[in-house]
Design a protein around this ligand. Structure first.
Ligand SMILES: Nc1ncnc2c1ncn2[C@@H]1O[C@H](COP(=O)(O)OP(=O)(O)OP(=O)(O)O)[C@@H](O)[C@H]1O
Length: 797
């Protein structure tokens, strides 16, 4: 695991270049001519006479035109260059340490096996190294990009990380810097001789004129200026340093990312703490401002509180429903009342029309009525055609009756009108009251709605906290099914696994879940389902498969077409969630697929694959121009996967790689817009099938396979270092050390959730690799628990 890797690949034999050949080609200065005899440690723990390149005495001359970056760095820094007795003592002490560590952590192997190591210099720089046939090389990935002989003097200037990458984290040694004892003139001279780099600079001082500055790299960078009057390098005051162009640029970067942070000297002070790394400075600020981790640890009361809140939310749910029913009833009542008012208004206007007609009739009758006849005198003669007295009397009576009727009718109409007016007034009042109560209910409903939303948000937060308490990184162990091999695994409980070899060695490991070899794809997926749900709520989720080649990583993640693995199931589950929540949220899902091969990131959704670059963006990294394909159905998911797979085959043929030598990463962004309050949630699901974690075998340790193995070793080590830093709650998490950790950064740490599948082979012949994988998983699991407790119980019969 991690720093030591071996692979068996017989395909590439035609193009095999041995390490010695490769170095002869790579170092025109003639590596073989510059060899000397010295004692070097063997992995078996013995010392033997071997040839090693003469590096300390011949410094850069043996590297010819490929003068290594490391040598340049060393010569430019104020350190001792000569090989001393102190150095030899350091070499021997290292060798003794390596010998004793090998006994404990690494199984003895053949004499000239390739062993990968990481060398960390006291100033923090890291180099990938390989050790074979008693010779150690380092990968000069700054300048020549080739393997260079490991300089002798470096033994005194750093330490190796070997064996278990996580376990080695505690082996920090505080080697004292060689800088002590060197005069400032020598230091100044070294700086003058060094090649021009961005650490050199000048500042114009109003009294002292132009002053030379140099950004020293110690444990942390320290920006100093050379003071000729005292002959010493002095630390630059904040005010001066703010004038330096490089520093100005860094401060500007932080200011741009954090516009609220206006105090430039404070920013610079924080930059100093963060070793002049603006990204780190930004993340430090955000960490201190918002980080949940700074909150006091949760107690068991939290769980009770969560339950109580859940109950409250349910009650509120019921109340909302009953209020909605009530509101509907009241709305119906209001509509009825409105209809009644309308019909009454119609009746009223009808009656008004009728009464108007009646009045008109009466007026017409009054106008046509004959004048009252004068009383008849005896002299009068009844003219012809005139009415008789009796007739007139009866006419009078009728007229009087008509008058009476008219008066009565008028009275009735007036009364009716009055009654109608009162009714209309009453109806209006009722309608007004109904309207008011409607507004009241609406207000109440709105309040309850917002309360409900707040509660459900709080529920999600508490659910998230509960998940955090259970562990943000959950580790599952899945052994491959293989009935033809001699098994080395037993399963004492659902959380424990015992691994034993033919010598009777036994190791027990604990995980969040240990699947049996017979576990189905459905059973494996069931445990990740709740975590995936939270992706739709806007959380970053990551599922990683780690293990040696052939241990079932691809089977677990992708699976066969008829029995798919986690990838298809997770995406289908998310589509289901989106559909279920369609009433309240509108979701949009986009997918990208990339492959990391030899530290190059390849976009697999472009025909034949295209190399893309990672760019730092605030505290995270983004990939400008990366293809994103929207998905809306299971068929679309399958189509995208097929395209990715086809392009991966073409790309790997082009690069002469195999799928097990690269990491495959599937990235899905899911954006949901709340229909009620318009809130937007953005989650990310990262599904990662890592390259095989096994060690390199002797026969395959050449040419391209060697570079591949170094790249895999580097990225898996970086992943282990990130877990390690998270486990020990370090301020600086070394995400930058590999492309893999840069891409996985949003899903590791913070409030992201990760599930790590450690895939193992049940075969007893794979016992050492299986133990390495299980140890990686155990260490990753401790990140979740936040404890430095060792989960591995070692037993010997
Ligand atoms: N749980 C399982 N049940 C049945 N067959 C399995 C299981 N796990 C793995 N296999 C089979 O084992 C073989 C190797 O598995 P797989 O390709 O998934 O390994 P891997 O770790 O992804 O290897 P590589 O690193 O080369 O990609 C495949 O043929 C696969 O079908």
């Amino acid at each position: 695991m991690g720093n030591s890797a071996s692979v068996k690949d017989k395909k590439n034999k035609g193009s095999t270049i041995t390490v010695a050949e490769a170095n002869t080609k790579q170092s025109p200065g003639g590596v073989k001519n510059n060899m000397e005899k010295r004692t070097a440690p063997q992995r078996g723990g013995k010392f033997q006479e071997v040839h090693l390149k003469k590096s300390a005495d011949h410094k850069s001359d043996n590297l010819g035109p490929n003068k290594s970056q490391a040598d340049k760095e060393v010569s430019s820094s104020p350190r001792s260059n000569s090989k001393t007795a102190k150095e030899n003592a350091a070499v021997e002490s290292y060798e003794k340490k390596a010998q004793s560590r090998d006994k404990n952590t690494t199984a003895p192997t053949e004499g000239d096996e390739i062993v990968f190591e990481t060398f960390i210099m006291n100033d923090g720089r890291e180099f990938q190294c390989l050790y074979t046939g008693g010779i150690r090389f380092y990968l000069d990935d700054w300048h020549s990009k080739e393997w260079q002989p490991f300089p002798h003097r470096w033994y005194n200037e750093g330490r190796f990380v070997t064996g278990n990458i996580l376990a080695d984290n505690n082996q920090q040694q505080s080697n004292s810097s060689n800088q002590q004892g060197r005069s400032t003139e020598q230091v100044a001279e070294d700086v003058q001789q060094s090649r021009k780099d961005d650490r050199e600079g000048t500042i114009h001082h109003p009294k002292r004129g132009t002053i030379r500055t140099y950004l020293f790299k110690e444990k942390h960078y320290v920006h100093c200026f050379f003071d000729p009057s005292s002959g010493e390098w002095m630390r630059l005051p904040l005010g001066w340093e703010l004038q330096h162009p490089l520093v100005k640029e860094m401060v500007g970067q932080v200011e741009e990312a954090l516009p609220n942070w206006k105090n430039r000297p404070h920013i610079l002070a924080a930059l100093r703490v963060c070793n002049y790394n603006p990204d780190e400075c930004i993340s430090l600020y955000l960490h201190l401002e918002n980080d949940e981790w700074l909150n006091p640890p949760k107690t068991s009361q939290e769980e009770n509180k969560l339950k109580a809140r859940d109950l409250k939310v349910k009650e509120l749910d019921k109340k909302v429903q009953s209020l909605e029913v009530k509101l509907k009833n009241e709305e119906k009542l209001r509509k009825d009342a409105e209809a009644q008012v309308l019909s009454l208004q119609e009746k009223l206007s009808d009656l008004e029309a009728k009464s108007g007609m009646a009045v008109a009739q009466v007026e017409a009758m009054q106008q046509t009525r004959p004048r009252t006849a004068r009383p008849k005198t005896p002299k009068d003669k009844k003219p012809q055609g005139c009415l008789s007295l009796e007739e007139l009397d009866s006419l009078n009576t009728k007229t009087t009756e008509i008058h009476k009727c008219h008066a009565q009718f008028k009275l009735t109409v007036e009364r009716q009108l009055e009654a109608l007016k009162t009714m209309i007034l009453q109806a209006n009042e009722t309608a007004k009251k109904l309207g008011e109560s409607d507004v009241g209910h609406m207000k109440e409903l709105e309040e309850i709605r917002s309360l409900y939303q707040r509660e459900s948000l709080q529920r999600k937060l508490l659910y998230n906290q509960l998940q955090e308490l259970r562990g943000n990184i959950r580790v599952f162990c899945r052994p491959r099914r293989d009935d033809k091999v001699q098994p080395c695994l037993t399963f004492p409980t659902d959380n424990e696994l015992m691994c034993s070899n033919s010598d009777g060695n036994k190791k027990t490991f604990s995980f969040d879940k240990v699947f049996k070899t017979t576990a189905t794809q459905e059973e494996v997926f069931a445990d990740t389902k709740p975590v995936i749900t939270s992706c739709a709520d806007g959380y970053n989720i990551c599922l990683i498969a780690y293990g040696q080649t052939g241990s079932g990583k691809t089977y677990t993640m992708m699976g066969p077409e008829k029995n798919p693995g986690i990838n298809i199931r997770a995406l289908t589950e998310l589509l289901d969630i989106c559909e279920k929540r369609a009433d309240v949220k509108v979701y949009e899902m986009k997918i990208s697929i990339v492959e990391i091969y030899n530290e190059a990131v390849i976009d697999l959704l472009v025909p034949n694959g295209k190399t893309v670059e990672l760019k730092a963006s605030g505290t995270n990294f983004r990939i400008p121009g990366l293809t994103e394909v929207p998905i809306r159905s299971v068929d679309e998911i399958k189509q995208v996967m097929k395209t990715g797979d086809e392009n991966r085959s073409v790309a790997s043929t082009k690069m002469n790689s195999t799928s097990s030598r690269s990491h495959l990463i599937l990235m899905l962004t899911i954006e949901g817009k709340d229909k009620v309050n318009g809130a937007i949630s953005k989650g990310m699901l990262t599904l990662c099938d890592l390259a095989g974690s096994e060690r390199i075998g002797k026969t395959e340790a050449s040419g391209q396979r060697l570079v591949e193995a170094a790249a895999i070793n580097k990225s898996l080590s970086a992943l282990g270092q990130v877990f390690s830093a998270l486990r020990t709650s370090q301020m600086h998490i070394p995400y930058r050390n590999s492309k893999l950790t840069q891409i996985l950064r949003p899903c590791l740490g913070g409030d992201a959730k990760a599930c790590v599948f450690v895939n193992i082979s049940p075969d007893v012949t794979n016992y050492p690799e299986t133990c390495n994988t299980l140890e990686f998983g155990s260490n990753a699991r401790q990140v979740a628990l936040g404890q430095a407790k060792q989960n591995v119980k070692r037993m010997r019969d």
